[in-house]
Design a protein around this ligand. Structure first.
Ligand code: KPL
Length: 285
């Protein structure tokens, strides 16, 4: 069965290379016309040019979503009439909630993914920085992946099926909710979070509010978002966070799907998260 790819950016193109490697047919979604050529370069120098065929307007039964969270609803809405009743949607994005409120078919199955792999645009080519862990799973904590994912996993370095994807997503989201807005607003690399008392105080407030909320949502929540955020900031000290990069490029940020997601959960529970609210108000969504 054909995969449609929504969002042939850096990570989307990297995953497209795994699909091609797995000999799974692939087409761009929502982008007709001639095939698009994309060249990937791996850290050891290997280079590969992919031919990504344009959309065929056929029914969509397997959709890989790698758009930025903030662009998803607009990109997906025109495709909704083409989704089959049992469409498999794989969402590989930063942030949570990008599919909320969209009228998806009742029988659709959503696979959630998080990755720490990195790739960036280097002129006309895409430089793969690292192929790290990728976790895929679903909200039902299914013990086994669907067949289409099982066929893909052996060709996707670092990818594995995960039975607690929600916990893993929250662990990532809570760290992003601390590092990303602070580094974006201060226009600083991730490591600058660790050595400035004012930023540390901001980080602590964001982390404590996130922990208070996530503990209400899950009594087994492990907490220590502050410690985990500092550890990630240290480990990625020289990196530019994705939110800082978006802000610098004059683009909308993922704030509504990171801190904004936390706020929406808090509102439902009548909790106030003042530090997150400030971040949501300060950054373009
Ligand atoms: O995921 C990230 C991001 O920038 O979105 C971190 C972990 C903060 C690394 O830069």
């Amino acid at each position: 069965m054909t995969w449609h790819l929504l969002g042939a950016g850096n990570i989307g193109t990297l995953v497209a290379s795994y699909l091609i490697q797995a000999q799974q047919p692939l087409r761009l979604a929502g982008r007709g016309g001639p095939p698009v050529l994309r060249t990937l370069i791996w850290p050891q120098g290997a280079q590969r040019t992919l031919t990504l065929p344009g959309d065929d307007d056929a029914p969509i039964s397997q959709l890989l979503i790698t758009t930025k969270a903030q662009d998803t609803a607009a990109a997906l809405r025109p495709l909704l009439p083409r989704l089959t009743d049992t469409v498999l949607l794989v969402r590989l994005q930063n942030g949570l909630g990008s599919l909320d409120g969209l009228p998806l078919p009742d029988g659709s199955r959503i696979i959630e993914g998080i990755t720490t792999s990195g790739a960036w645009r280097d002129g006309p080519r895409i430089q793969v920085v690292a192929e790290n862990d990728t976790l895929l799973g679903d909200a039902d904590a299914s013990p086994e992946p669907p067949a289409a994912i099982a066929a893909l996993l052996p060709h996707w370095p670092g990818a594995r099926w995960c039975t607690d994807i929600r916990r893993q997503q929250w662990l990532k989201l809570s760290v992003n909710a601390v590092i990303n807005p602070i580094t974006a607003l201060n226009d600083c690399p991730n490591g600058a979070l660790c050595d400035d008392p004012a930023r540390q105080q901001q980080a602590r407030a964001l982390a404590e509010e996130a922990d208070a909320l996530l503990r209400r949502l899950d009594p087994d929540w492990p907490g220590d978002t502050y410690g985990r955020a500092l550890a990630v900031a240290q480990a990625t000290a020289a990196n530019m966070s994705s939110m800082r990069a978006d802000l610098r490029a004059g683009q909308r940020t993922e704030i509504a799907f990171i801190n904004g997601w936390l706020l929406r959960q808090a509102d439902r529970l009548g909790m106030s998260l003042p530090s997150h609210r400030l971040m949501v108000a300060a950054l373009p969504a």
